[in-house]
Ligand binder design. Structure first.
Ligand code: MG
Ligand code: ZN
Length: 214
């Protein structure tokens, strides 16, 4: 019975996500759902990505957090349109939350809309928002066991960004295992190793994004 309820929620969500997808397609905006556990560096990656893209590409952002507007304020400081969603306790964004804020963004003017999901490696992967692509960020401080422990996140993502790679000399983390396990779960996944602190790997990631939206 419990499983049935969950299935119904996901089905209802999928219908709303399809509606969002149509709206995005009509506006001609590419939508990326950015996911990770808390503290992996999604917002910092987004700041660095926007800084590199914004002269050529029109970026908009939806920030999802349980509470607070810190992340939206950081994005707002870069001068790009941003809306903060507070889920009020829910540990993921759903399609309805996205649908409700679409009127607050200049969708027709945007080339790419990045939705930063709530920090959580579990259910954000299961709730479609109407995006064209999911991307997962994993900080090497989280350890190398995460892909096999949270497989859905890695199976659903088109790209894996291994972040904070500058900390590698200080950690007993097996980055090759992260790569190997992610590829075993999803042979098509594109992997980037980046440091938002030193800038390593960011140009490769940003060029990849540009080829997708051009
Ligand atoms: Mg954040
Ligand atoms: Zn959740």
């Amino acid at each position: 019975m419990k499983l049935k309820v969950t299935t119904n929620i996901l089905t209802a969500n999928e219908k709303i996500a399809e509606g969002n997808e149509k709206i995005f397609a009509e506006a001609g905006v590419f939508v990326l759902n950015l996911m990770s556990s808390p503290g992996a560096g999604k917002t910092t990656l987004l700041e660095q990505t926007i800084a590199r893209l914004k002269d050529r590409v029109k970026v908009g952002v939806i920030e999802g957090d349980i509470a607070g507007a810190d992340d939206a304020m950081r994005i707002d400081a870069l001068g790009v349109p941003v809306v903060q969603i507070n889920t009020g306790g829910a540990c993921h964004l759903d399609a309805n939350m996205i649908n409700e804020v679409l009127g607050d963004l200049p969708l027709d003017d945007l080339d790419i809309l990045v939705i930063e999901n709530v920090g959580n490696l579990v259910c954000p992967a299961e709730f479609k928002l109407g995006e064209q692509m999911k991307v997962v960020v994993l900080s090497i401080t989280e350890g190398h066991d995460k892909p096999l422990k949270y497989p859905v996140m890695f199976q659903e993502s088109k790209a894996l960004i291994i972040n904070k790679i500058d900390l590698r000399p200080f950690l007993d983390v097996d980055v090759e295992k992260i790569r190997h396990d992610a590829i075993s779960l999803n042979p098509d996944i594109t992997i980037f190793e980046v440091s938002c602190k030193t800038g390593e790997g960011l140009d490769a990631w940003v060029s990849w994004i540009e080829t997708l939206i051009s």
